[in-house]
Structures are given as structure tokens and as C-alpha cells.
Design a protein around this ligand. Structure first.
Ligand code: BGC
Length: 768
């Protein structure tokens, strides 16, 4: 009897239910290939033209996995990133374009304090991921804003882990609702760019548990991301990608993560250790890694069952992807509706820092403004590096105002064009290999004579000054990126003098990715709007807020310090250190000669951001959680109820002003014995945002949390310790504007957890 060909061939083809059979049918070489990805040009092997992207399948994506046709395993595509999908906008021999929507930077999304909105943005990004044929988005990024000078803070959410975790979870839910994956990154403690591939972050177990890991825990538990990306750095002496305590003990066993872990691009060095730690995939992959796996199994240092587990988790990810399911993507997502969404999301993330003499919203008679600051004309949509997006356009502030019917002084515009042009001509082009990825340099500001300013003040109805700051991957911000130069301060003072003499308002718009210095010049502005970097519609979004079409309702997710040196972390942050940039493979291995470059002791411990400023009673420029509105809100009837281990605080918020607006309510808990117990004075335990309330209307918001969230981590015994005693639950409009205080008595408890991630070096931690 003749047998059919199909029944002769026992090779399984991958499906959701036969992963074990497929792994059993794979050769060792196939397993090693699947683990290491398909590589990048110039680095051992690969097919890419430029670092940071591959060319096959979806040009400009950051990575692809290795296809194995005989087993029905397709190559799947991984692409950045946090502010929108990053792929090449054009392709060789193809007249079509593949632009993606540049959404607001992560910090700005978080500043909305609106998880539902962030989820909607996630859905739109997920739709672009799906329709452009990508399978996994390399986002969100939720490292803590440990210090304002970290070059990638713009991608990250907050100095507070609760905000970070909740916003990340919303983003993941949104993206993944489209049937594509996410990769929450960078796990963990990647808080500086300086020597990021070889820096050892030395952190107490307490600071890890309470600050640096907490947001990831929330995101994993509340949104089940398909993948996690391990970070570049060492953590307490071990590369995160090589650390079984982090990737298996904590992430999988303690938190229940079921997905796959991949490295950051070229991260880690000991492949066998990475496999054993549970770092399943190595991206973008290079030959030496492939060889290390094959060799490790052959010489017995790597058990093939470990490799099998890694491969199974990769296959479990692959079977979920649209590419595996044969989804026919359109290459034409709905960019017009996404542009409308990014415009409104950006206006909701702006933070009004100051508003005197009713400078904002601009009065209806204001039709012609004098626009100062180079970035007014060249608005910064986001940061650089892998967090950038290849957008079709960026709306400048000039154009945004014009679209709103407000024109700008043309002589001034010509002066700025000339200033920027002559500055550019003097710059030496960066011809380095990573030039396209590096933060853009901006010219310093220019000054105008008193006579010119007087004429401009006479001819215009108001002055708008933009302060712009760029930053990006690979480099930390220099102190000059935080500080405002003398030339710039003089310009603000001169403009203010001239316009105030003419009885006209002066408004400062900050087009920034992280906190900058404000204390020395804020007195010269009638209004200050922190407009962040709002993506491609940035100028329109700012105009919406300036004209009052949108009432600002964002609040700061980080402290604006008076000086960056006021943060306790600055004592151990590489300020203005020009270290070599370890951006390629090699040049690794822990070296302990250069403090803050080779290793960084986190001596401020848990006292990050407002936890430091409030516990040690320091002045700040603008506190965590702060942000104004064009209307005012009253808080009434604050109550707390306890149901078992759940505490629920409710408060009625009433719009007492004359415009519709939304309010963000924050709930902090303060242990009345915090000082003696070496705990932060207060810690955020929840937040809620009202719907848009018409004048006179009220909404009662409720914020719940588990009493175990009051626990702090006791390093010495590896327990979460819920101290007994009185806690005050503080209902605030910001961390320093507390509207109600509700006492609760809490009984003590201890929750033991595995004792892992111990520092190898002594850390001289700050105490109250
Ligand atoms: C970044 C990651 C990014 C990856 C791929 C790395 O340089 O740290 O955040 O996802 O590149 O582009």
C-alpha cells in the first residue's frame, strides 16, 4: 500500500499545542539560531545597513527572529518604541511611505495621570504595529527618574514607582489589545546612560523592592506583557541578563511572569549565564553568541534542557504573533485619526506651572505675538535614539499658533532663522557611526536691543518665549542642559521688561524632555507652561492650551528641583563626566576603578525625588504632583472606609471656577512614626482623575489600596514589614498641597519573600 507523502513526513509544524514536539524535533543548531536573532550589519553578521535596525521584512525594525521553515517557524519582527513605532519611513525602490505617528514622550503621557487615555494611545500605537507588519513593540520604558540628568528620562514615566507601573500597565493593555506584543524595559535599574553597558548599579534590596522593581511588578501583574527586556547594566555585580535571581526567582517565581525575556541590544556578555538565568532571547544576535550556545551544550556547561526552556518560551511568544497567524497587514494604519489622538493626548499632558494676571488662556484680542526662542520655530517632538519616531512632519509652535489664527512677528522670525543658520554653519558635523542616534545640539539663544524689544512689544499683543531642551539615548544630560544659560536668562528678563512696560503678557513655553531650572527666572514670566515634547502635533497641542481650547490638566510626575544638585542622588550621578561610550559589544566586564562610571552606589537609597525632598524638608521649584488649571477645584467630604485589607478613600471634587476642567487627586500615606522608622514622610498610594467637570459640577472619586501597600522592605530579614500604628492618608492636589488628612490605625504584619539580589559591596545608605 502506498503511503501519502504527508503521513511519511513526521516533522511537526509549529502550532499553539505542539511546542514540545517542535522543540523535540529541533536540532541544537536550530535552537541556538532561534535564540540569537538574525543580527545586524557590521557586527559579526547580519543584514542591516544601519545600527539600530534590520532590513529584512520590515525595514528599520530593531530586530527579527530566525525563521525555521521546515518546522513552520516564521521570523517575527521586533521594533521600537515608547513614543510610537520606529521603522524606516521609506524603502528602496518603493514610492510608498511608511511614516508612523510620533506620540508624546513617555514622561508626557504619564503627566496626564490618565491611564484610560494612555491605554487609548497604546491602542493606536498597537494598530500601527499591527498594520505595518511588526509583531512586538519594544516599549514601554519605565525606569525610575532617579536623577533629572539621566539622558533617557524622557522615555520613562516618573520618579515614583506607582505612577510608572500604572501608566506602563495601561500602555501595555492598549498595545496588546491589538494582538501584538510589548516588551517592558529596561529590567532593571538602568538609570544612567554613562557607560550603561558596563556600569554596576549598587543598590540596597530595600531600594530595589520599594523603588526600582515596584513599577515592573505592577506592570507584570496588571497587564501581562508578552515580553520583558533585560537592561544593559550590572546590578549588584551581575549583569541583569545573567541574573537568575532577577529573571527567574523574582520575575517568574515571585511575580508569576509567563512570557519571554530578551536582552537589550547586545546586552550582557556570558551567553551560558544568560540562558541559565532565563534570558531566553539575545537580540539582535551575533555569531559568537550562537557558537557559545552550541559549544556550551557540547561541552556540558549548558544543559540542553535549559536551552529547551528558553526556546519554548520564544515559541510560545511566536505563536501569539500576527505573523504566525498569517495576518495580512495593510501598511496603511489610520494616521489621520492617530494624529488627532496625539494632539489631544499631548494637550492633556501639559503642566501649567504658573499663571498670573490671567495671562492664560490668551485673551481673545490677542492675534499677533512676538515669538522668542529658537525652538519656537523648530519645535522638538521627542527625544533621540531608539525612542525617536520617523514621523511625517512636526508642527512647530509658530505653525500651531497660525493654525489657531494667531500670527507671529515676521521680523523676529527672520532674525531667528539667520541666528540658527549661522550657528549651524559653525558646527562640525558629527560623522560618528552613531550620529543619527545622538541627541541634537541646539544653538544658544540670542539677545535683542532694548529698542528692538520696545518695537516688538509695541507691535505685538503678547510675548511667547520657548525654552527647548533635547536629550536622548547614549548620553546623560549635561548640567548645561538642565541650567538656563546667562544669555537665555537675560533674554527672558529683557523681553519681560519691554513687554511689561507696554502692559503686555509674557508667557514661557517649555519644550523639554525632563526637569530644567526655573527658580532663577520664573519671576519674569506671567505664565509658564511645561509643554514637554508632544510628538508630531506638538505646536497644535500647545496652541490648544494657550488659547484655552483645552484646559490644562496635567501634573508633574517628578519634582522640579531648584538646582539639580538638590536631589540626594546627584551625589552619586555622573554629572558632566565624559566617559567613553560603551555602545558596542566587547569592552565589558566589571571594572571598579571609576566611581559613577564603572559603578554607581545608590546611597540615596529609597530617598528618590519627593521621598527625599519631603522627608528632609528641602525647597523645590515645583513639587511632585503639581499642576494648575484655568479653573479651580474644591475638595470636600473626604472619607476612608476599610473592608478587610482594602482601604478606600473617597473625596468629592467640585469645579469652583468658570471653565470646564479635569482634576487629578492624589492619595499619599504617611506613617506618623516615619521619622523614627526611616521611612519617607509620605508616599503615593493611589490617584484618580475626574472626568471633565463643567463649572459648578462635582464628582466623587474613590481610590483604593491594599493595607500591605503600606509595608516597607526590611533588608535585614527579607520581609515586607507593615508597621503597626497610625497612618495619615493625605488627599492632595499635589505632594505639597494636601487638602484632607484621614487617620487610620493599622495593625502590624510581616510578609517574607526570598532573600535575593543582595549587594556585594557595602552601600552607605542615607537615613532620616
Ligand atoms: C535600547 C533599547 C531599544 C533597542 C533596540 C537599545 O539601544 O536601549 O531601548 O529597544 O536599542 O533599538
Amino acid at each position: 500500500m502506498a503511503l501519502g507523502i504527508a503521513s511519511c513526513d513526521s516533522t511537526p509544524k509549529l502550532n499553539e499545542n505542539n511546542i514540545d514536539d517542535v522543540v523535540a524535533a529541533m536540532t541544537l543548531e536550530e535552537k541556538a539560531h532561534l535564540i540569537v536573532g538574525t543580527g545586524m550589519a557590521g557586527i559579526n553578521s547580519g543584514d542591516s545597513a544601519v545600527v539600530g535596525e534590520t532590513r529584512s521584512i520590515v525595514p528599520g525594525a530593531a530586530g527579527t527572529t530566525y525563521p525555521i521553515e521546515r518546522l513552520g517557524i516564521p521570523a517575527v519582527v521586533l521594533a521600537d518604541g515608547p513614543a510610537g513605532l520606529r521603522i524606516s519611513p521609506t524603502r528602496d525602490g518603493d514610492s510608498a511611505t511608511y511614516y508612523c505617528t510620533h506620540f508624546p514622550i513617555g514622561t508626557m503621557l504619564a503627566s496626564t495621570w490618565n491611564p484610560a487615555l494612555v491605554e487609548q494611545v497604546g491602542e493606536a500605537i498597537g494598530d500601527e504595529v499591527l498594520e505595518y507588519g511588526v509583531d512586538v513593540l519594544l516599549a514601554p520604558a519605565l525606569n525610575i527618574h532617579r536623577n533629572p540628568l539621566c539622558g533617557r528620562n524622557f522615555e520613562y514615566y516618573s520618579e515614583d514607582p506607582l505612577v510608572s507601573g500604572k501608566i506602563a500597565a495601561a500602555y501595555v493593555r492598549g498595545v496588546q489589545s491589538k494582538g501584538v506584543g510589548t516588551s517592558i524595559k529596561h529590567f532593571a535599574v538602568n538609570n544612567q546612560e554613562t557607560n550603561r553597558m558596563a556600569n554596576d548599579a549598587q543598590v540596597s534590596r530595600r531600594a530595589l523592592r520599594e523603588i526600582y522593581l515596584k513599577g515592573f511588578e505592577t506592570a507584570v501583574k496588571e497587564s501581562e506583557p508578552w515580553t520583558v527586556m533585560s537592561s544593559y547594566n550590572y546590578l549588584n555585580g551581575t549583569y541583569t541578563s545573567e541574573n537568575p535571581e532577577l529573571l527567574t526567582g523574582l520575575l517568574r517565581d515571585e511575580w508569576g511572569f509567563k512570557g519571554m525575556v530578551m536582552t537589550d541590544w547586545f546586552g550582557g556578555s556570558d551567553v551560558v549565564a544568560q540562558m541559565k538565568a532565563g534570558n531566553d532571547m539575545l537580540q539582535p544576535g551575533y555569531n559568537a553568541q550562537y557558537e557559545a550556545i552550541v559549544e556550551g551544550v557540547r561541552n556540558g556547561t549548558l544543559d540542553e534542557s535549559v536551552v529547551d526552556s528558553n526556546v519554548k518560551r520564544i515559541l510560545a511568544m511566536i505563536v501569539r504573533t500576527p505573523r504566525f497567524k498569517g495576518y495580512e497587514y495593510s501598511n496603511s494604519p489610520d494616521l489621520a485619526s492617530h494624529a488627532a489622538l496625539t494632539r489631544s493626548a499631548a494637550s492633556e499632558g501639559m503642566v501649567l506651572l504658573k499663571n498670573e494676571r490671567k495671562a492664560l488662556p490668551l485673551q481673545s484680542g490677542i492675534r499677533n505675538v512676538a515669538l522668542y526662542g529658537c525652538t519656537s520655530y523648530d519645535f522638538i517632538p521627542g527625544g533621540t535614539g531608539s525612542g525617536n519616531v520617523n514621523r511625517a512632519y512636526t508642527v512647530s509652535l509658530l505653525d500651531g499658533l497660525k493654525n489657531a489664527g494667531i500670527s507671529a512677528d515676521t521680523l523676529l522670525r527672520d532674525a531667528y532663522d539667520a541666528h540658527v543658520k549661522s550657528w549651524r554653519e559653525k558646527q562640525q558635523a558629527d560623522t560618528g557611526r552613531f550620529a543619527a542616534f545622538m541627541p541634537v545640539h541646539l544653538p544658544d539663544e540670542c539677545n535683542f536691543s532694548a529698542a528692538d524689544l520696545a518695537a516688538q512689544a509695541k507691535a505685538s499683543d503678547a510675548a511667547i518665549i520657548t525654552i527647548g531642551r533635547g536629550s536622548g539615548e547614549f548620553l546623560d544630560r549635561e548640567s548645561s542642559n538642565f541650567n538656563i544659560s546667562d544669555v537665555n536668562k537675560a533674554m527672558i528678563a529683557d523681553v519681560s521688561r519691554a513687554f511689561h512696560a507696554a502692559g503686555k503678557p509674557v508667557i514661557v513655553v517649555m519644550n523639554i524632555g525632563g526637569a530644567v531650572e526655573t527658580a532663577s527666572w520664573s519671576k519674569n514670566a506671567d505664565a509658564i507652561l511645561c509643554a514637554w515634547q508632544g510628538g508630531q502635533e506638538g505646536g497644535n497641542s500647545v496652541a490648544d492650551v494657550l488659547t484655552g481650547k483645552t484646559n490644562p490638566s496635567g501634573k508633574l510626575t517628578m519634582t522640579f528641583p531648584v538646582n539639580f544638585g538638590d536631589h540626594a542622588s546627584t551625589a552619586n550621578f555622573p554629572v558632566d563626566i565624559k566617559a567613553e561610550k560603551d555602545m558596542t559589544i566587547g569592552n565589558k566586564g566589571p571594572k571598579y576603578d571609576r566611581k559613577l562610571v564603572d559603578y554607581t552606589p545608590y546611597e540615596e537609597d529609597i530617598y528618590v525625588g519627593y521621598r527625599f525632598f519631603d522627608s528632609f524638608d528641602r525647597d523645590v521649584a515645583y513639587p511632585f504632583g503639581y499642576g494648575m488649571s484655568y479653573t479651580t477645584f474644591a475638595y470636600d467630604d473626604a472619607k476612608v472606609e476599610r473592608d478587610g485589607d482594602k482601604l478606600t478613600v473617597s473625596v468629592t471634587v467640585t469645579n469652583t471656577g468658570d471653565r470646564p476642567g479635569k482634576e487629578i487627586v492624589q492619595l499619599y500615606a504617611s506613617d506618623t512614626q516615619a521619622g523614627e522608622r526611616n521611612k519617607p514622610e509620605k508616599e503615593l498610594r493611589g490617584f484618580a482623575k475626574t472626568a471633565e467637570l463643567a463649572p459648578g459640577r462635582s464628582e466623587t472619586v474613590s481610590i483604593s489600596f491594599d493595607i500591605n501597600d503600606l509595608a516597607s522592605f526590611d533588608d535585614t530579614r527579607s520581609v515586607w514589614r507593615r508597621d503597626a500604628g497610625r497612618y495619615d492618608l493625605l488627599v492632595g492636589a499635589s505632594s505639597r498641597d494636601i487638602r484632607a488628612s484621614l487617620p487610620v490605625e493599622i495593625d502590624g504584619a510581616e510578609i517574607p519573600v526570598p532573600d535575593i539580589l543582595a549587594p556585594k559591596a557595602e552601600i552607605n545608605t542615607l537615613r532620616r
